[in-house]
Design a protein around this ligand. Structure first.
Ligand SMILES: Nc1ncnc2c1ncn2[C@@H]1O[C@H](COP(=O)(O)OP(=O)(O)OP(=O)(O)O)[C@@H](O)[C@H]1O
Length: 275
């Protein structure tokens, strides 16, 4: 792994609302993901985790506010968003990770050595020529992680990277993520397994269409915060328009189809991690 690569910059969310067709999916986000953070995004179904990752990856535009970030970023969407019918070999798929950096100077031989090393790091040696459509879910996930290794980006975004993956593969991939963290990269992952988050992710952003709590995992994943996240999600109105009054009112007194009553102290996602 190239240790001289670019270091990550912090990612700042400023008055951020993201959504689809002018309907917010997640809003009122303010806070900073520290450079080098290992951050879990947690929340009920529909809480806005994927939407936030898509916004950070530049796949959707901000409805309001902005995301300030710099440098290269690698993004792994949810498995069902990836077309596996495309006639690609495992080697081709992993090799796509080199596109950003590979120029004419990089020989095919050097490329293939790097790809083989990445495939070996995820336990896929011998799979180079296999069409991706023939891989099991776990093998395909490993191939995607090999592509991330080759992308070699300072910031890595993962959307539910372990869904449907067996325990051994999850352990291997968690070790890879821990190594990225140790190298100083920023890693942000949307996850549902709270035990896994507690064990492996020092920071957590708990979302329920808006930030419920953001900070050290042990302080965020409390019963009280989790209950508040459930209540907020249930109270959400899918058809609500974007909060046009927020900036004018500068507070929470604007007319809202969704319930803000559950806001508590610390709900506004300021990163309380002093370290
Ligand atoms: N392409 C889209 N078009 C319209 N609405 C969308 C789109 N993608 C997501 N949404 C809506 O945005 C909201 C947030 O969805 P999102 O996928 O971000 O949640 P999530 O926290 O990742 O959920 P899950 O845990 O179920 O994956 C949901 O109400 C969802 O229906």
């Amino acid at each position: 792994m190239n240790v001289s690569r670019q270091q990550p910059a912090p990612i700042r969310l400023v008055g951020l609302t993201l959504g689809y067709d002018r309907h917010p999916a997640v809003h009122h986000l303010d806070g900073t993901v520290r450079a080098g953070d290992l951050l879990a995004l947690v929340g009920p179904n529909g809480a806005g985790k994927s939407t936030l990752l898509k916004g950070m990856a530049g796949e959707i535009r901000c409805l309001e506010g902005r995301i300030e970030r710099a440098g290269a970023l690698a993004y792994m969407p949810q498995a069902d968003e990836i077309d596996r019918s495309f006639p690609l070999s495992v080697m081709d798929l992993a090799g796509m990770g080199l596109w950003r950096r590979s120029g004419a100077w990089r020989s095919l031989r050097r490329n293939s050595r790097a790809i083989e090393a990445a495939l070996s790091a995820v336990g896929l040696e011998g799979f180079e020529a296999r069409p991706i459509g023939t891989l099991s879910g776990g093998q395909f996930r490993r191939a995607l992680f090999a592509r991330l290794i080759l992308q070699d980006c300072p910031v890595v975004l993962l959307d539910e990277p372990f869904t449907g993956i067996d325990a051994r593969t999850v352990d291997d991939l968690l070790a890879l993520i821990a190594a990225w963290h140790a190298e100083g990269r920023t890693v942000i992952a949307a996850l549902h397994d709270l035990a896994q988050v507690r064990a492996h992710f020092p920071s957590t952003l708990l979302l329920a269409r808006e930030p419920v709590a953001w900070g050290p995992t042990s302080r965020v994943l409390t019963q009280e915060n989790l209950a508040r996240a459930r209540n907020l999600s249930e109270a959400w109105d899918e058809g609500a328009p974007i909060c046009a009054g927020r900036q004018a009112a500068g507070a929470h007194d604007h007319a809202h189809a969704h319930d803000h009553a559950a806001h508590g102290p610390g709900a506004h996602g300021h990163h309380e991690d002093a370290a």
